[in-house]
Design a protein around this ligand. Structure first.
Ligand SMILES: Nc1ncnc2c1ncn2[C@@H]1O[C@H](COP(=O)(O)OP(=O)(O)OP(=O)(O)O)[C@@H](O)[C@H]1O
Length: 322
C-alpha cells in the first residue's frame, strides 16, 4: 500500500507551548484516516505542517512523495485539497461563484454541477454564502476542497455544528469520496464519527500520538471492552458485583449502576443480580467505543467541561479487591 502522507518525528511549538511533540504516522493511499483527540491536542497544528502552512521545528513531512516546504506550490496544491477550521467566505458570494473562483486556481477541475449535486447544493447554486445554513456552509467548503479532484483531501472538523442527520449524510459522502480514489485525512474530536467512518485513526493527546490502529483493533485491546448498566434500585448494594470475577469496574452514577468488563460481563451481571434477588430495570449492554479507548489511554487530566470528547459521566473505578 502506498503512503499518501508521512509524518516522522514532527515537532512544533508556539513559544513555550509544544503543540506537536515527536509525532510520527503514515496515512495510506485510499483510506479515510482519522486524526482524533480533544481540543488543544495538536491536530490542527499537525495538519497545518502537513499542508506546508506551518514550518515544523523538527521532523519530516512527506505528502504524496513531496516535502510541502520544498515543493513548488502549484504541483503540491493541485494534488492536495483542504478544508480548514478557519475557513471563511464573503457573505455575498454565491455558491456557484465560490466554486468557479476556486476552480480558477487549477488547470483541471471536476464537473462542478455534479459536485454541487453530490453535496446537496444544486438548488443553492445562486444562494449567497451568508444565507446558507451551517450544514450547507460546511458542505460547500468540502465541495471547494474537492473541486480539483485531489489525490488527498484534509478536512478539519467538518462536522462541528451539524445535527446528527447532517453528520451521517456527510459521512456517507466521505465514503463516496474515498471510493472515487481520494485519500481522506479527517481531523475530528467526534470519537463516534471516527469510529463509524475511519479505516484507521491516530489518537492525539498533548501533542503526541497515544494510539494508532483501526478503531476496532483499538477497542479490542481494551481490558474492559463491554459495558452493562441499569437503573440503580433503591438501597442497591453493589458488593455482589464488585466481588465478581469478570467485572472490572462498578460505579453508581446519576442513578445508574455502570459496570465494565470482558465479553462475559452481561452474563455475570445478570447472574449476580439474580442471586442477590435484584431485578434490574432498563438494563443495557454495549461494546466499548473509541471514546473508552481514549479515556483508558489518557490520564484523564483533562477538564471535562473544556474537552468536548467527554460525552458521558465517567464512572469512578470502585472494584473492591477480591
Ligand atoms: N497560532 C498559535 N499560537 C499559539 N499557540 C497556538 C497556536 N495555535 C495553536 N496553539 C496552541 O497549540 C496547542 C495545540 O493546538 P491545536 O489547534 O493544534 O490543537 P487541536 O487539537 O487542533 O485543537 P482544536 O480542536 O481546539 O483546534 C494548543 O495549546 C493551542 O492553544
Amino acid at each position: 500500500m502506498d503512503t499518501a502522507l508521512a509524518l516522522d518525528g514532527l515537532r512544533k511549538a508556539y513559544g513555550s507551548t509544544v503543540a506537536v511533540d515527536d509525532l510520527s504516522l503514515e496515512v495510506e493511499t485510499g483510506e479515510i484516516f482519522g486524526l482524533i483527540g480533544p481540543n488543544g491536542a495538536g491536530k490542527t497544528t499537525a495538519v497545518e505542517c502537513a499542508l506546508g502552512l506551518r514550518k515544523p521545528d523538527e521532523g519530516t513531512v512527506r505528502v504524496l512523495g513531496m516535502d510541502p516546504q520544498q515543493a513548488a506550490r502549484d504541483p503540491f496544491y493541485r494534488r492536495v485539497g483542504a478544508q480548514l477550521q478557519a475557513a471563511a467566505l464573503p457573505d455575498r458570494i454565491t455558491v456557484r461563484e465560490a466554486l468557479d473562483l476556486f476552480a480558477s486556481f487549477y488547470p483541471e477541475t471536476t464537473d462542478r454541477d455534479a459536485l454541487l449535486d453530490r453535496w446537496g447544493l444544486a438548488d443553492k447554486r445562486n444562494a449567497s454564502f451568508g444565507a446558507l445554513s451551517g450544514g450547507q456552509k460546511q458542505r460547500l467548503f468540502v465541495a471547494l476542497a474537492l473541486v480539483h479532484d485531489p489525490d488527498l483531501v484534509v478536512l478539519d472538523e467538518i462536522s462541528t455544528g451539524l445535527d446528527p442527520e447532517a453528520r451521517r449524510g456527510t459521512q456517507e459522502l466521505l465514503r463516496e469520496v474515498r471510493a472515487s480514489g481520494t485519500t481522506v485525512l479527517l481531523v475530528t474530536h467526534f470519537m463516534d464519527e471516527a469510529q463509524a467512518l475511519c479505516d484507521r485513526v491516530a489518537m492525539m493527546d498533548d501533542g503526541q500520538c497515544v494510539a494508532l490502529d483501526t478503531p476496532q483493533a483499538l477497542i479490542d485491546r481494551l481490558d474492559a471492552s463491554y459495558r452493562v448498566w441499569f437503573d440503580a434500585p433503591p438501597d442497591f448494594d453493589p458488593s455482589p458485583l464488585r466481588t465478581a470475577d469478570g467485572i472490572q469496574d462498578v460505579a453508581i452514577v446519576d442513578g445508574h449502576v455502570q459496570t465494565r468488563g470482558g465479553e462475559d460481563l452481561l452474563t455475570t451481571v445478570v447472574h449476580r443480580l439474580a442471586n442477590a434477588g435484584v431485578t434490574p430495570n432498563d438494563l443495557h449492554a454495549e461494546r466499548a467505543t473509541l471514546e473508552d479507548v481514549f479515556l483508558a489511554l489518557t490520564d484523564e487530566s483533562h477538564d471535562p467541561a473544556s474537552s468536548s470528547h467527554v460525552t458521558n459521566a465517567e464512572p469512578q473505578s470502585s472494584k473492591a479487591p477480591s
